[in-house]
Structure formats: C-alpha cells, structure tokens
Design a binder for this molecule. Structure first.
Ligand SMILES: Nc1nc2c(c(=O)[nH]1)N[C@H]1C(S)=C(S)[C@@H](COP(=O)(O)O)O[C@H]1N2
Ligand SMILES: [Mo]
Length: 348
C-alpha cells in the first residue's frame, strides 16, 4: 500500500488508484467483478485542499438565511434520529475525462487530467434536504440554497460551496451520513455531505457545516469562476478494463463496462471493435437506475494479435448519443465523446 498524498486519508494502492495531486482517480479495472456499487475503498476522491478530520460529537450544521423562518443548528445525533432515505446515486466530477481533450482532440484543457475514473456509485443514506428545510421553515421568497464545506479555504476563493436553486434543494437532494452501509468515510465528507443526483460532483458538498437559504441569487466562485455553465453531466461510458489491457487471442471474451448520464437513464449502449466503422449493441445486466449507472457486457473473439482500440457509446433518455468529438471547453468539463480505449491482443 502506497500513501501517495497526505491530503487523502484512505490508502491509495496503485492497482486501484491514479493519484493526481490532492485528488485520486479510480482505475477502470477497479470495478471489474464488482457489484452495482463502487466500494468505499476504491471510490475516487476530489479534494480542493485536504480531508479534514471532524469530530461528530461537536459538529453542528447551521441552517439559516433570509429565506428561513426559524434558523437553528442540528447535531449529528439529531440528524440520525430524523426519518432517513436511501438512494443509489452516482457522484461524478465535471472534469471526468478531461485528459481526452488533449490525448484525443489535441486541445488539452487545464486542470486535473482525469481519465474516466472520476465517477462512483454508492448507496447513500441520510435525511432529505427538503425535510431539514421543512423543519426550519422556508419562506416563499427563498431563491437559492448555499451549502458550505468545513474543509480549509481553497486559495483566495474561500470555503468550497455551490448554490442550488430552491427547486432542486426541495426535490431529490440528500444529506448523507452513510455510504454503502458504513458511516461516511473521512475522505467522502464525514460526518455529513450533500448528494445531488444528476448534477456535477461539486454540488455534492462534503463536510457540510452550513446551509444558507437566500432570497436572491447567490454568486460564488463555484458557480461563476469554476463550473459556471455546468449543472447536469452528459452521458459517458467506460470499460472495466485496464488502460492498455492485454487479452489472449483466440478465445471468446466477455467485456464489461458501465454507462451513465446525469440527463436520465441510459437507453442503449453500442460497442465498436473496428474504430467506429461498425457498432454492436451491448447487453444490459443488473440494475438500471436513473442518477446511477447501467452495467453492460458484450462478447468479443479477437482474431489477430496486436494493438486494438475499443469504443463504447451510450444513448440516454434525452435521445442524445455520445458524439465522436466534444466541443472545446476552456475548463475541460463534460468530455462526453467516445473514448478510444487501447488494448493489446497477445498470444495466449
Ligand atoms: N467541501 C468540499 N466539498 C466538495 C469538494 C471539496 O473539495 N470540498 N469537492 C467537490 C468535487 S469537485 C467533487 S467532484 C466531489 C467529489 O466527491 P468525492 O471526493 O467523495 O468523490 O466532491 C465535491 N464536494
Ligand atoms: Mo469535481
């Protein structure tokens, strides 16, 4: 086990993670043979600074602002005593796939050079944000809800925060205190984080300490400078295979992968083994949940040794199919083009 960075608490073994500065990406092969959920030990970590260690017994969540009737604080045990809900939801960084702007489109974008591993699906348990907001009373003039993290301020931009419109906050947002049946791990927001289905990962504020309900639109660096034009994630697909995986020639292989989209359910996944000249439909297996992902598989019997490229493309409920090229984006968000996954077919 190699602890490659001190900003993340959990071990980051090389076979499961690629470390990028203060963040860590899950390798594609880390989901191979796994069930529907991403185990906590291999879930990607995106930290702006570093994981804080918070004592749940003294932790408080402040809920206040001009849009609230009775501002108050909640303790950990109080939250855990409230009615809970459980959801299977993906969290994906808006920058997932950014590396391919450079490697596939010769248009490198600055920022963490994620492959496709800045995504994970977990079973989150906690309290609906709307139930908490109902406890404090929301005024009809409420416009935005601003959740803020307790981690150290990021450069000169202050604490990580990202406003949600009141409509989304009162819809399907969860204040999660459990991840896959365990108390939230430190790196994923202990004691409490937001989980915002379908939206870019930054909305799912970790180490939540403060929720402010405002009666006018809120401007923060996280909706003006960064992530300004991004809310829902587009469709993406990944193989559960190592980059440059080696497969023996001759046999029949069952290749696995997953597709997901913040815009809705995945309705079709196709795979090409010939650089996009022809496509074959993959078969779905397992659950098929909106705001999570769709596991699929396809058979392949490679007939020659040497370098090959695998391509997978998904179509989501909005009718949009992953394109071959993603338009330039100055911050490298939302790379949704088909990723060309290299592998080597070798003599068995
Ligand atoms: N407080 C706080 N919340 C945060 C962040 C952060 O740095 N600080 N990073 C955000 C970003 S950009 C992403 S993609 C997700 C990543 O969640 P994870 O680290 O649990 O995978 O958390 C979000 N919430
Ligand atoms: Mo992110």
């Amino acid at each position: 086990m190699k602890q490659a960075t001190a900003t993340i608490v959990k071990p980051l073994p090389d076979h499961l993670f690629r470390v990028h500065g203060e963040s860590a990406e899950m390798r594609g092969e880390a989901m191979s043979g796994m069930g529907y959920h991403t185990p906590n030990d291999r879930f990607f970590v995106r930290n702006h600074t570093s994981t804080p260690l918070i004592d749940a017994t003294t932790w408080r969540l402040r809920v206040h602002g001009a849009g609230v009737r009775c501002p108050r604080e909640f303790g950990y045990d109080e939250l855990r005593a409230m009615q809970s809900r459980t959801f299977d939801v993906a969290i994906e960084c808006a920058g997932n796939g950014r590396r391919f702007f450079g490697t596939q489109q010769h248009d490198a974008a600055p920022g963490t050079q994620w492959g496709l591993g800045a995504i994970g699906v977990a079973r989150w348990r906690g309290v609906m944000l709307k139930d908490l907001l109902m406890e404090v009373g929301v005024r009809p003039e409420a416009v935005d809800v601003l959740p803020t993290g307790l981690d150290a301020p990021f450069k000169d931009y202050g604490h990580v925060c990202r406003p949600l419109p009141i409509g989304k906050a009162m819809d399907d947002v969860l204040l999660a205190y459990e991840m896959n049946g365990m108390p939230l791990p430190a790196d994923h927001g202990f004691p409490v984080r937001l989980v915002v289905p379908g939206w870019v990962g930054v909305a799912s504020i970790k180490w939540l300490g403060d929720v402010e309900v405002s009666t006018s639109g809120v401007q923060t660096p996280w909706n003006t400078v960064f992530y300004a034009d991004v809310t829902t994630n587009p469709a993406k697909s990944a193989f559960e295979l190592a980059w440059n995986a080696r497969l023996p020639v001759g046999g029949l292989h069952i290749l696995h992968g997953r597709s997901w989209s913040g815009r809705g359910r995945i309705v079709r996944v196709e795979v090409s083994f010939d650089g996009g000249a022809s496509w074959r439909e993959a078969e779905h297996h397992g659950r098929h949940l909106v705001s999570a992902w769709l596991p699929w598989h396809i058979t392949w019997a490679p007939r020659r040794t040497g370098a090959h490229v695998l391509m997978a493309r998904a179509t989501d409920a909005s009718g949009i199919t992953q394109p071959l090229v993603t338009p330039h984006h100055p911050f490298g968000y939302h790379f949704d083009a088909v990723v060309r996954h290299p592998l080597e077919v070798v003599n068995g």
